[in-house]
Design a protein around this ligand. Structure first.
Ligand code: AHM
Ligand code: MG
Length: 337
């Protein structure tokens, strides 16, 4: 899909339009998402400078918030935290970078919670591979004041908005508020996200799988049989190809646009009894996006990701996510059919 002209729909316009679909809305979610967009732009600017940090780092360069250059994942975490804790719409947050829940500043508490992975795939930054921010937003369950951990421990099916920002060859924000998935591309010359991918739909079936095959000696039989099946011709369909970046947002985004299935299963030996990825700020938000785009997300024992009741903030979950027919097929193998 081609980038919409500069006079096209901005992300703020789309967020407002989404709000109009909910006559009861107060504008709080709109305000929250708008602040998140600002955080995304700030992180994008810093990520784009990452390659220069070694050159400029010693010269006392300061970033947009007046601080000296920091590690990017720390920077991303602080940027989102600062914007969210005083945006007036959040009561509590969870971040991959922080052990405990982070309450909103006193006097700024609102009705929503946000869980985020500030810079997923950050081991890839040094080698110029795309990284991303993932976010998940719920309505609070406690009455008022600063939020508590139980406000954050809600299943993905109760998310009111979810999405990610990918810092790639261009910066894109992809999100859903439950009425389809929209993708926006940042035009750096004007500092605005424009609608480039309206009503995104993941292809029903694909010929691509994304998994870290180095762990295959430790896989359970269902996963091994499934991947072996993908590699062979079947009833006239070609064998699948592998695509694995090792940066979840990038792998997911490619599959969303082109079709594909991503797997991070449990295994027997590598110490990943629950897989690696986190439920609250990696699996659940991407599961909402994929379902809104017509795909599926399940665990490797066939549970729908969005139905899982979280037990703790940083809980891990095995994840199988992508094109509907591919996930259906995986499910059959996992059931031993
Ligand atoms: P991180 O949150 O520490 O960046 O780890 C999550 C990343 C994902 O982006 C990616 O899908 C996965 O780790 C890759 O793990 P592995 O190297 O085991 O394949
Ligand atoms: Mg992560």
């Amino acid at each position: 899909m081609a980038l919409v002209k500069r006079k096209g729909i901005t992300i703020s316009r789309q967020i407002m339009d989404d709000q109009l679909l909910h006559p009861e809305a107060t504008g709080a979610l709109t305000g929250l998402l708008s602040d998140l967009v600002v955080a995304g732009k700030i992180i994008s600017a810093e990520v784009n400078m990452a390659g220069l940090a070694d050159i400029l780092g010693q010269s006392g360069r300061t970033n947009i918030q007046g601080e000296s250059v920091q590690k990017l994942d720390v920077f991303a975490n602080q940027t989102i935290k600062r914007r969210m804790e005083q945006c007036g719409h959040i009561c509590v947050m969870a971040s991959e970078e922080e052990e405990d829940p982070i309450p909103a500043l006193p006097g700024y508490e609102g009705n929503y919670t946000i869980a985020f992975d500030p810079l997923d795939g950050s081991t890839n930054i040094d080698v110029n591979v795309s990284v991303g921010t993932i976010f998940s937003i719920h309505r609070r369950t406690s009455a008022n004041g600063q939020g508590v951990v139980t406000d954050l421990l809600q299943p993905g099916s109760k998310q009111v908005a979810a999405g990610y920002i990918i810092y790639g060859s261009s910066t894109m924000m992809v999100y859903t508020t439950g009425s389809g998935v929209h993708g926006f591309t940042l035009d750096p010359s004007v500092g605005e996200f424009f609608l480039s991918h309206p009503n995104m739909r993941i292809p029903e079936a694909s010929l691509y799988y994304s998994v870290n095959e180095a762990y295959s000696p430790h896989w359970f039989d269902g996963i091994r049989d499934f991947i072996n099946h993908l590699k062979t011709e079947d009833k006239g369909r070609k064998p699948y190809s592998a695509r694995y970046i090792g940066s979840l947002v990038s792998d997911f985004h490619r599959n969303l646009v082109k079709g594909g299935i991503f797997l991070y299963p449990r295994d027997k030996k590598s110490g990943k009894a629950e897989g690696k990825l986190r439920l609250l700020y990696e699996a659940a938000p991407l599961a909402m996006v994929v379902e809104q785009a017509g795909g599926r997300a399940i665990t490797d024992d066939g549970r729908r990701i969005l139905d899982i009741e979280p037990r703790d903030l940083h809980q891990r979950v095995p994840l199988i996510i992508g094109s509907k027919q591919d996930v259906d097929m995986a499910e059959q193998f996992l059931r031993g059919e």
